[in-house]
Design a protein around this ligand. Structure first.
Ligand code: HEC
Ligand code: HEC
Ligand code: HEC
Ligand code: HEC
Ligand code: HEC
Ligand code: HEC
Ligand code: HEC
Ligand code: HEC
Length: 472
């Protein structure tokens, strides 16, 4: 059954029932929008999208009249179907923006936990789904990293981890909404949905069924316009689907894909043999469309503006790395680094220093049991310890890629101790003397007291004045 043939042209569809004034208004609005839609480049590509897909696409249990993939599963075309109202919980049909079957987004809720009714996406992408058979979406660590640790089953869960994990984090939807609106992006309207800042709901492809070709089947669109060659990328194109929108192209031969879970021979995304990032959407360009060195971004959860991130600048003079910009970005690390595989020359891209990493090598896009959207599986390793922001537990995260003392000295009793890279090894930043100058920073001296909280120094864009080094 071809749902598409039934639905187009939409404005020719007979309105047979319940011609209230309300519905006429909605219909007029929707017909207007349809005219608008065909002038957009997504119009023809909807059938390739996850929602328009003939096998996996939208199909609400309550709507037997419409074929799978039909726009009508999200947009009201009749106001009611077979005498049944289509709103949530059979409520009276409200005049929803964009002619949607439920309110698009509730701007009154500024923080999680969210209710499913706060966002139309959650009505299908949540535990009690309107979609026939329901929808499962795991997090990035599981879907692309192969983690055996299930933290969430749906997108709704990913944004609602607060009640389950005290140190969890998520992309605050209200902050995204406010930020997007203030940017003046033409596609983002007053009544728009914050998910739409990152996704074009009419284009997003089925990435979860194609994890090893995550780039070809990208689910995201850039919120800003960007000229690539002679084409323009933005909200009305997918980001990552073209070969020059991959991590391998961002900074050629400097991206090393992290290991897939418990593997020493396959890589992200999804356990591929390629380790150069040819299969990875360029998520750096994607995330830095918002998180760059100029945008002011407010976080309700953190109660402050976010630090700015410069992933691109490389200085050319001798002491380049310590001038500005993140070393996990294009800026090289200083002198020598003590890394675990595959960030060593004997495997992968064959270099020992001067890598670029992807934001998604460390971060989840939606929510995480850890602070700062930090992944629960990194470089093939599950981070099972609780990560706090004010002690050394974040070291368990760093040691998925970096050598702690246990790895440097082959002694497991030194797990998550970090004396080697700070005091002992070649190019360590701090002489081991006048201990109190530093080891009182955390509120305790040495003698068995806690080590210095890592995040005092290791954060995006931070330069430590004691050593003069860029610390991240
Ligand atoms: C009527 C139900 C429904 C609604 C409402 C809905 N979706 Fe979906 N969505 C689906 C279905 C069905 C799929 C494909 C299912 C599958 O196989 O995982 C899907 C897939 C996706 C994908 C593709 C990625 C993937 O591999 O799973 C994205 C991205 C997505 N939806 C985003 C959204 C956003 C954003 C909204 C709200 C603006 C939304 N959806 C609202 C039903 C819905
Ligand atoms: C998965 C649910 C879903 C499906 C299926 C869907 N839409 Fe939409 N559509 C939305 C949402 C949500 C918005 C609001 C976008 C925003 O928040 O800015 C929207 C907005 C629109 C708009 C106005 C703004 C824009 O983005 O262009 C038009 C026109 C439109 N849809 C037409 C269609 C047509 C035509 C189809 C079928 C070919 C369709 N939609 C299928 C969810 C859907
Ligand atoms: C800040 C950007 C951002 C926002 C906001 C965002 N997403 Fe995503 N989303 C992503 C990225 C990046 C991916 C691709 C990686 C992945 O699949 O985890 C993704 C993937 C997805 C997928 C596919 C997941 C899978 O199984 O792989 C779905 C479904 C989805 N998003 C729905 C939503 C919904 C619904 C919302 C709003 C409640 C939303 N997203 C908000 C960035 C975002
Ligand atoms: C996904 C792997 C990965 C994780 C996780 C990771 N890093 Fe890194 N880190 C790297 C890579 C790769 C480099 C080298 C970058 C380069 O060579 O330009 C690096 C470089 C650095 C540098 C620069 C060192 C120098 O000599 O200039 C510091 C400092 C650093 N990381 C600290 C941390 C801390 C602290 C954590 C934990 C919060 C962490 N990293 C987590 C991959 C990772
Ligand atoms: C559309 C703009 C936009 C895009 C694209 C975007 N973000 Fe954000 N991000 C925000 C806003 C707004 C906030 C502040 C709200 C908050 O703290 O959740 C934020 C907050 C964050 C935080 C701090 C969350 C916390 O509470 O600790 C992290 C980490 C983050 N983003 C990572 C990412 C990563 C990684 C990507 C790419 C996958 C990304 N962002 C893409 C807008 C964006
Ligand atoms: C200029 C700052 C500075 C001075 C001075 C300093 N340290 Fe450190 N030291 C650090 C930093 C930073 C770390 C890494 C964070 C941590 O583990 O506490 C560290 C780590 C250590 C560790 C590993 C602790 C652990 O659990 O990971 C030991 C042991 C240590 N230092 C001993 C000393 C001793 C003994 C002295 C004085 C003789 C000293 N340090 C002086 C900055 C300093
Ligand atoms: C007082 C500031 C400070 C604190 C606190 C601190 N570090 Fe560092 N750390 C540094 C500096 C400076 C460097 C050297 C960066 C460079 O080489 O340019 C460094 C380097 C590193 C590196 C990269 C080593 C390499 O291979 O080059 C890692 C990993 C690291 N620290 C982890 C940690 C962890 C984990 C903690 C908490 C237990 C911690 N640090 C606490 C300042 C600090
Ligand atoms: C090597 C791991 C790693 C990579 C790669 C990485 N981050 Fe982070 N990110 C962290 C850690 C650790 C923190 C917590 C410390 C801090 O706030 O900087 C963090 C914090 C953040 C924050 C919150 C900043 C604040 O003000 O508290 C944002 C936003 C963010 N990251 C975005 C990004 C973006 C965008 C990228 C890619 C351009 C990226 N990150 C790449 C590890 C990483």
């Amino acid at each position: 059954m071809d749902g598409q043939k039934k639905l187009i042209p939409m404005d020719a569809m007979p309105v047979t029932r319940q011609k209230t004034k309300f519905i006429s208004v909605l219909m007029a609005l929707f017909v207007f929008m349809y005219g608008w839609a065909v002038s957009f480049s997504w119009a023809g590509k909807y059938t390739d999208s996850a929602h328009g897909d003939k096998i996996f696409g939208v199909k609400r249990s309550a709507l037997s009249a419409y074929g799978r993939g039909n726009c009508g599963h999200c947009h009201l075309q009749h106001g009611s179907i077979e005498g049944q109202a289509i709103g949530p919980n059979s409520q009276a049909i409200g005049p929803n923006s964009f002619g949607l079957f439920a309110p698009n987004y509730n701007t009154n809720v500024t923080e999680s936990p969210y209710e499913a009714s706060d966002n139309i996406c959650f009505l299908c992408h949540g535990p009690s789904s309107y979609q026939s058979g329901g929808i499962t979406n795991y997090d990035y660590s599981k879907t692309f990293g192969g983690s055996s640790f299930v933290t969430v089953n749906t997108i709704f869960d990913a944004f609602n981890l607060k009640n389950l994990y005290t140190n969890s984090s998520y992309h605050d939807l209200y902050d995204i909404y406010s930020f997007a609106k203030n940017q003046g992006w033409s596609f983002f309207k007053d009544k728009s949905n914050p998910c739409v800042a990152c996704h074009n709901v009419h284009l997003a492809k089925l990435i979860k069924h194609n994890v090893q070709n995550a780039a070809d089947y990208s689910a995201v669109s850039l919120p800003v316009s960007k000229n690539i060659g002679n084409r323009q990328e933005g909200h009305n194109t997918l980001w990552g689907d073209d070969t020059d929108e991959r991590m391998s192209e961002l900074y050629p031969s400097h991206y090393q894909a992290p290991f897939y879970y418990s593997s020493q021979s396959t890589y992200e995304p999804g356990g591929v043999s390629d380790y150069t990032g040819q299969k990875m959407p360029d998520y750096v360009t994607f995330c830095t469309a918002c998180h760059n060195s100029t945008n002011e971004i407010y976080s309700t959860e953190l109660g402050r503006y976010l630090r700015k991130i410069d992933w691109y600048t490389i200085m050319n003079d001798g002491d380049s790395a310590e001038v500005y910009s993140d070393k996990h970005g294009r800026n090289p690390a200083s002198v020598i680094i003590y890394m675990k595989k595959p960030y060593v020359s004997t495997v992968g891209i064959g270099r020992d220093i001067n890598f670029i990493t992807s934001c998604t090598d460390c971060h989840e896009p939606h929510g995480s049991p850890n602070p700062f959207l930090l992944r629960s599986e990194v470089n093939g390793v599950i981070i099972s310890q609780q990560i706090n922001i004010d002690d050394n537990t974040i070291g368990y995260f760093c040691k998925a890629c970096h050598k702690d003392d246990a790895a440097l000295y082959g002694n497991s009793s030194l797990t998550n101790k970090w004396e080697g890279v700070h005091h002992i090894e070649y190019d360590a930043p701090y002489p081991r003397q006048h201990c109190k100058t530093c080891h009182d920073m955390g509120g305790g001296g040495m003698g068995g007291k806690p080590p210095i909280p890592c995040l005092k120094c290791h954060k995006h864009g931070y330069k430590d004045s004691l050593s003069g080094r860029i610390c991240f």
